[in-house]
Write a protein that binds this ligand. Structure first.
Ligand code: ATP
Ligand code: MG
Length: 331
């Protein structure tokens, strides 16, 4: 199947001169229609910058974003507007993305009318009620006249999802979409998003720093692990979780608390040599993980940047030292 989205050598820098940082450094991946891909990694590794380039909110410094077979740089302004509607982004903090002076009715009906998704105000109101029901804000009539501050964090995030759905997106970038929501309602929002995936035929790029969430949301999909702007490993979720190959993925996974005490007892901890993430302004040579990596070899890891190589089991890994080696975290 042809990918719905492909990025090739996508790079984004910020700042000038000596202060220039490469937030995203030549990453390449493709996502098929209907697939769910999770981008994971620690704070500052370039996840949101990637999501914002994919959604057309910021331009790449170099490299390409190809959506439905077309390089977005080649789109004329009308086609670019259609692409911006097709790819919606849901942010971490719905409170800052929802206008506090507007009711939910205004927030949902305005894009429906502006993008001519409905013929008139009455139809916009009907569609708004439908969309609120779709995101489980029921009864919708009780919610539609409220202001964002009158809703809980979880309800606001549902409104943000309903607003994204007004323009019939084909692709949703969910950037830490449940990170600010109470743990108790996270699962219900994730379940709702998973339902939308099927009902609305949308493809998800789900961004999170939390591997446990990635595992839950993208079990049938893939996980892509980023470290300091680069992809260090990706692959089908069950493989990546059961048999992580990059020492950084192993370290992330070993830090995920195990709910089952029996399993927790047997879980292997990966001890990093250094807890600090290096600054983007002073990146280590070669593999940027090598100063923290328990397996790094002088002369091998501090020279050239390791390429992302395909694994026979599926996915890719950028670590020649551990390429062929499995580590069982549960021993
Ligand atoms: N507009 C900007 N101007 C300058 N630097 C930026 C800008 N946006 C991002 N950066 C820098 O780029 C790097 C990557 O940031 P990004 O927001 O993509 O990371 P992230 O993985 O989403 O992190 P988090 O988990 O904290 O959301 C960071 O060092 C950040 O400071
Ligand atoms: Mg972010």
């Amino acid at each position: 199947m042809a990918p719905i989205l492909e990025v090739r050598n996508l790079t984004r820098q910020f700042g000038k001169g000596k202060e220039t940082v490469t937030a995203v450094d030549s990453i390449s991946f493709a996502i098929e229609p209907g697939e769910t891909v999770c981008l994971v990694g620690e704070s500052g590794c370039g996840k949101s910058t990637t999501g914002r380039m994919v959604a057309g909110l910021i331009e790449a410094t170099s490299g390409e974003v190809i959506f439905e077979g077309t390089n977005i740089k080649r789109l004329d302004s009308a086609a670019f507007r259609r692409y911006r509607q097709s790819v919606q982004i849901i942010h971490q903090d719905p409170y800052s993305s929802l206008n506090p002076t507007q009711t939910i009715r205004q927030i949902i009906t305005a894009p429906l009318l502006r993008h001519k998704k409905v013929p008139n105000k009455a139809a916009a109101e009907r569609r708004a009620l439908e969309l609120l029901e779709v995101v489980d804000l029921t009864p919708a009539r009780d919610v539609i006249d409220k202001y964002p501050h009158q809703l809980s964090g979880g309800q606001r995030q549902r409104v943000a999802v309903a607003r994204a759905l007004t323009v019939d997106p084909k692709f949703i970038v969910a950037d830490e979409a449940v990170s600010m929501v109470d743990v108790s309602i996270r699962v219900s929002i994730l379940t709702m998003l998973a339902r939308l995936k099927k009902e609305f035929d949308v493809t998800f790029l789900f961004i999170t720093h939390d591997l446990a969430l990635a595992k839950y949301f993208a079990w049938e999909g893939r996980i892509t692990v980023m470290y300091l702007g680069r992809i260090v490993e990706d692959g089908p979720t069950p493989r990546l979780i059961a048999d992580p190959r990059h020492p950084y993925t192993q370290a992330l996974l070993s830090a995920v608390p195990e709910a089952d005490p029996e399993l927790a007892q047997h879980k292997r901890q990966i001890e990093l040599r250094d807890a600090e993430i290096p600054s983007l302004l002073a990146l280590p040579r070669g593999c940027t993980f090598h100063p923290r990596c328990p397996y790094s070899l002088p002369g091998q890891c501090d020279g050239a940047v390791p390429p992302l190589e395909p694994l026979p089991e599926g996915g890719r890994v950028a670590c020649p030292v551990r390429m062929g080696e499995s580590i069982r975290l549960l021993v």
